[in-house]
Write a protein that binds this ligand. Structure first.
Ligand SMILES: [Zn+2]
Length: 253
């Protein structure tokens, strides 16, 4: 497999000969208003440009996976750029309906036993925060990829560390895990995605896995920087396992 980190949660995953685009936010820098009541609320999103052209990102994509519809995962630029007949997976019927309304004709709701071109795509649970904020943040999912010719990949999505993440790791024993680790927050309500302690929990649950930390420094409400996570990983002795890519960086496994 090859994991190509584009920006924020946007990934191009080549897996068992197929190419997946996950959570495309394809707008140019500064296209959208900031998330309000949050750090840097004077800075428009995305905070940084794409590391490459939209054409090169969507070139040859076999399927798109949208874990939820927040605009840092599925945006107007993606709607505009993607062919309307492309295969698209969503987390539930509500999201599928919205995506179809935007003109996409080939939308399928992910299940725990979805198979695409011989690749198992297993929808996993996520919690986009803890406590009260969950009502506001809404539903999200992650995905486990499995194929006999590949190591198992777990893309956790916009979730904090909690027991369901532990269960996915126990059940599927992924060798590669992608976590959204910018510790994004509003001024109240706590972490919406993983922070450094959550990443440490993932490491403790899967000490032999490679953990790729993304969704960092790309939208205004981030609170954990790449540098801070790297030095925390050093301190905890997990820097061989925790990879913190720059935008545009790729890892083959
Ligand atoms: Zn997000």
């Amino acid at each position: 497999m090859n994991i190509h980190h584009i920006r924020n949660a946007t990934l191009v995953v080549e897996y068992a000969g197929k190419k997946f685009l996950i959570d495309p936010m394809l707008a140019e820098k500064g296209a959208y208003p900031p998330f309000p009541n949050a750090p840097r609320e004077d800075q428009y999103n995305p905070l940084v440009d794409l590391p490459t052209t939209i054409e090169s990102i969507i070139q040859g994509i076999d399927a798109v996976i949208v874990t939820h519809l927040h605009y840092d995962h599925w945006d107007e630029a993606a709607v505009k750029a993607l062919p309307k007949n492309i295969k698209l997976f969503s987390q539930n019927e509500e999201d599928a309906t919205e995506i179809r309304k935007a003109g996409f004709q080939n939308v399928e709701v992910l299940q725990e036993d979805t198979v695409f071109e011989g690749i198992q795509l297993i929808k996993t649970k996520g919690e986009h925060g803890r406590g009260e904020i969950l009502k506001l943040a809404g539903l999200v999912c992650g995905i486990v990829f499995k194929h006999s010719s590949e190591q198992t990949l777990y893309v956790a999505g916009d979730t904090v560390w909690y027991d369901a993440v532990q269960e996915v790791i126990n059940l599927h024993q992924p060798e590669v895990i992608v976590v959204n680790a910018g510790d994004n927050q509003f001024n109240q309500g706590g972490s919406l995605v993983m922070g450094k302690d959550d990443v440490y929990e993932v490491y403790r649950a899967a000490p032999n896995a490679k953990i790729i930390a993304v969704h960092m420094e790309a939208v205004n409400h981030w609170t954990l920087s790449k540098e801070e996570l790297k030095s925390f990983a050093n301190k905890k002795g997990m820097s061989d396992n925790v990879l913190v890519p720059n935008d545009g960086e790729s890892y083959p496994f």
